[in-house]
Ligand binder design. Sequence first.
Ligand code: R5P
Length: 313
Amino acid sequence: MKIISGTSNEPLSRAIADVLDIPLTSVDIERFRDQEIFVRINENVRGEDIFVIQPTSAPANDHLLELLILIDALMRASASRITAVIPYFGYARQDRKVGGRTPITAKLVANLIAKAGADRVLTMDLHAGQIQGFFDIPTDNLFGQPVFETDIRDRFSKKDRDKLLFVSPDTGGVVRTRSLAKQFNADIAIVDKRRPKAGEAEVMNIIGDVAGRSCILLDDIIDSGGTLCNAAAALKDHGANSVSAYITHGVLSDPAVERISKSVLTEVVICDTIGQPEKVQKCDKIREVSVATLLGEAIRRIANDESVSKLFG
Ligand code: R5P
């Protein structure tokens, strides 16, 4: 087995390599003067089981193309099997036609990855579970839930856990929210969110009694922070004691960090699926938890042809 890292999130790749106790395979990733990408794998990979780690986060187009080019190089170097490890699968939010003459980018990107030569995909908290079916190659979709569950048990004492209320910031996240709430025997609430236009989130109603509760908002993505910060404010307005959030993918486009800093949120916990700039690392209200052990264990199991479903939480 060999592990190769793209440039998107090298700290996560190194952490996964540490979990597996193997070094990252040496690779050069460079730019021509016109910004085209060049890669060279510096070790023999003929007949090897290869895992390429590259979240396709911003700049999504560059990171995606880098992944495709790495896969192409590995395929042409006769790797026996190539697994694209995509901790954050970008372009996933366009997973259906939202109107006439619009694309389904999640399907397009899935096609590109398979066409480049990937034999399988390992990813986490896909924006919609059915995106797995967009890939015509085996695809394992892990969940951040086990990592969040451990963290919540560490952060909240047994007594405080009685006050927990898990909240979905929109109707799309109810299944995820119910699943984590079940682990704590806790109730759920739902925020009825509308998007008057793309990038703007508006809270219409809150379904459930949030007064006096320690609310935990759950989501797969925080992008501009509008959904989360508006939901948190509405929960506080309805009498919640405190509001914190657990989000798998910290996309955190501007002005998310500023919004979080000024918000009523106590804390936003994100996974390290996406490499974060200093601004995020320095924000007092944002904390990262690592999925390196989870991804490392999944890679080990795939390499050994063992079941991965045990890791689904
Ligand atoms: C939407 O369906 C997603 O689960 C997130 O709620 C959304 O992408 C968050 O976007 P933003 O932070 O820009 O409101």
